[in-house]
Structures are given as C-alpha cells and as structure tokens.
Design a protein around this ligand. Structure first.
Ligand SMILES: [Zn+2]
Length: 147
C-alpha cells in the first residue's frame, strides 16, 4: 500500500542541488562542500527545527502566508550576517532556514537573537504539524471504516 503523502516526501540530493542553484554566488563553493554543510544541518531550519517536508505541509495548509505561493514550499538559505552579500564568500555565513523564520528574522535580528525566537516558533509549528497529522489520521480512519 503506497503512502498518500508521497507529494510531501523529498529527495535529499534534489534538495541540495536546488538550494545550491538558488544563489549564483554559491558556485564559488564546491558542491561537495555545500553538501557537507547541508548534511551538518540535518535538513532542519536552524531556528525552529522545521524539516523541508514539514514546510511543504504548512505551505499547503496556510497558502495565504506564502507570498502568493512563491515561498514556503521548501527550506531556504539565510545569511547570518546580511552585510555579507555574497553567498559564496563564507559558507559559515549560511543558515538553513524555513521561509517563516527567514521572513521574520529579516536583517534586524542576529542569528543568536533569532534562535531564541525560533524556540517559540518551533512550539507553534509543531502544534500545527501535529494538528494536521491527527486530522489526516482521523480522515483516513473515517475513510477506511466507511463512516
Ligand atoms: Zn524555521
């Protein structure tokens, strides 16, 4: 039996390539270095811990929050120090971030400050994900039992 959630699963290799190609200046970094950097992040938003597949779930559930569907499907790259404009200049200046954290952090909060805020965002994101998942389980149960 195939999983209904197939659209939500992500291929890590595709995800790395997508992120790598999302910023031209990343070409200055070898993709293997970028891949290692990505692996060290465990595929999670560094601020709230959201995974890319969870981002997709929230994207579909809260479409009005995604700038007309242009943001939020996947994790994004945030510059820790926004004064460094070149993404390829220093890989340690990159943070893996969900759209919601990246959008809220802007250039105002520092990485350390936003980590504090991210802890609270995490609670809310996990609450929403759990709610969506339990609704899905209920729907499946109703369907399976022809209720
Ligand atoms: Zn986040």
């Amino acid at each position: 039996m195939g999983r209904k959630r197939k659209a939500y699963s992500i291929n890590i290799r595709d995800e790395v390539i997508r992120l790598y190609k999302s910023k031209r200046s990343l070409k200055q970094i070898e993709i293997v270095v970028f891949q290692n950097w990505y692996d060290s992040k465990n595929g999670c938003c560094e601020y709230c811990g959201l995974k890319s597949e969870e981002s997709l779930i929230l994207f579909y559930k809260y479409p009005v929050s995604t700038r007309g569907g242009r943001r939020g499907k996947r994790l994004e790259l945030d510059r820790i120090n926004p004064a460094i404009k070149n993404y390829g200049e220093d890989i340690n200046n990159l943070a893996l971030s969900c759209y919601w954290c990246n959008n809220a952090k802007t250039n105002y909060f520092t990485y350390e400050e936003f980590k504090v805020i991210g802890d609270k965002i995490k609670e809310i994101q996990q609450y929403r994900i759990n709610k969506i998942n339990s609704q899905d389980r209920l729907t499946k149960s109703i369907e399976a039992n022809n209720l």
